[in-house]
Design a protein around this ligand. Structure first.
Ligand code: RM4
Ligand code: MN
Ligand code: MN
Length: 424
């Protein structure tokens, strides 16, 4: 399904007066509104190729219909999102769920939708039908050198696909670990993993980055070999300048102070990228900002502060990606909501009065510090985010237009009711 530009225009015209009224008020409240709008226009969040269909749990899966049946259709879906919000200008591929068979054609198709390829992801947490050796007891950590070799080769294969598409980073997430005490020698598992990662790192082109993602538990329930940010940091420190830690918001133990983790990784120059999602209990992969919007804001507050301290380009120096799974919502609607939630947190963080905060911190005026942050969080920035979208050529209300144009119904008519997308 193609979204005609004039339909977006028409929708915007209908909403313009109301939007303008809201915007005028927001601009009168937020001192640096114009600078924020410019930054929002540049900010793009990559959409995961594995989250365009209905996810499931180990108990069941309830397909919604019209799911993309191929990589081409996935690109089309991300193209729809990008046309609506002008902030989803990249796709992150998971291999082998999405192998680009004709890379040139895929690249051209993506370019037609204004999309680039963000990090490519390897998968050594599942066995594939044609695979010689099993990852049941881990991949890069495995006690069997043959399994490690197979997993290394897979990662190198993924890099090759990425090169063809113009991607410039590899995300490695390992499910490696153990389910029971005594199963694993922790030191040996670490050493094997490090050695394997060294080989993968060496296979990357000079302009590539490696993102090493950590996760506290699941699918292993006793230990995970890259289990937290400290462990990831320890590996990436040893691997080299182009190895970084990736923070997935759902991969911490309950109540972890993620904003502090982010601040310190940034300070050390080792924060590489993000997987945005939200959670209540574990790796729930819910819509960004749906559960803990204040936490998302606090994370962005550290990101803005830390990136500015290092003179970094907000839009390009870190990898911004969503990693989500949708059980009960339309995946495309959910992704629109996630991007909106992320943009709002970013806009609010940009509006924090940093000078005032520094002054208040310097005299330990705790009350004032809290007031400054909460003032930014409690300011309604929705019209600022909408204005950025409007100027970039997107829709004032992406979700509203998605429904008004009956996008899902159209996709079902095109693709059928019982289609299944590869992925989570
Ligand atoms: C993991 C992790 C990875 C993602 C897989 C599918 O929990 O978040 O980033 O690639 O799920
Ligand atoms: Mn992730
Ligand atoms: Mn996850």
């Amino acid at each position: 399904m193609q979204l005609e530009k004039y339909k977006i225009q028409q929708h915007n015209d209908d909403l313009l007066t109301r939007h303008q009224r809201r915007l005028n008020f927001a601009v009168s409240e937020i001192e640096n509104a114009e600078a924020i709008i410019q930054k929002l226009i540049d900010f793009q969040i990559a959409i995961p190729s594995w989250a365009l269909g209905t996810g499931g749990t180990r108990f069941g899966r309830f397909a919604g219909g019209g799911e993309p049946r191929s990589l081409e259709e996935k690109i089309e879906d991300v193209g729809l999102l990008h046309a609506l919000n002008q902030a989803s200008g990249a796709i992150s591929l998971h291999i082998p769920w999405d192998i680009p068979k004709d890379a040139k054609a895929i690249k051209t198709l993506a370019a037609q939708h204004g999309l680039k390829f963000d990090a490519v992801n390897s998968n050594t947490f599942q066995d594939q039908p044609d695979q010689a050796l099993s990852y049941k007891f881990g991949s890069l950590q495995n006690v069997d050198k043959g399994v490690r070799k197979q997993a290394i080769e897979h990662n190198i294969e993924v890099i090759k696909h990425g090169i063809e598409l113009g991607s410039e980073s590899l995300t490695v997430w390992l499910s490696d670990g153990s389910c029971f005490p005594g199963q694993l020698n922790f030191r040996r598992a670490y050493q094997n993993t490090l050695e394997s990662l060294h080989e993968i790192y060496a296979a990357m082109p000079d302009n590539w980055k490696m993102f090493l993602e950590y996760k506290a538990y699941e699918p292993n329930f006793y230990s995970t070999t890259v289990g937290d940010w400290g462990q990831s940091y320890s590996y990436v420190q040893k691997l080299g300048d182009r190895a970084y830690t990736l923070v997935d918001l759902g991969h911490h133990l309950p109540n972890a102070n993620i904003e502090q983790i982010v601040a310190l990784l940034l300070m050390e120059g080792k924060l590489g990228g993000f997987h945005f999602n939200d959670s209540k209990y574990g790796d729930d992969d819910l819509t960004a900002g749906a559960m803990k919007p204040y936490q998302l804001f606090l994370i962005f507050n550290e990101l803005v502060d830390g990136m500015d301290a290092r003179g970094m380009n907000h839009a390009t120096d870190l990898g911004w990606m969503i990693d989500a799974s949708h059980n009960v919502k339309d995946p495309l609607e959910d992704l629109l909501q996630s991007v909106e939630g992320i943009m709002m947190a970013y806009a609010q963080a940009l509006s924090v009065d940093r000078k005032a905060l520094e002054e208040a911190q310097a005299i330990s005026d705790v009350v004032r510090c809290q007031e400054i942050l909460q003032n930014a969080f409690r300011t309604d920035v929705r019209s600022i985010v909408a204005e950025a979208r409007l100027r970039a050529g997107g829709a004032l209300n992406p979700l509203g237009l998605f429904r008004q144009l009956k996008v899902r119904e159209n996709l079902i008519a095109e693709r059928g009711l019982k289609t299944v997308a590869t992925g989570l």
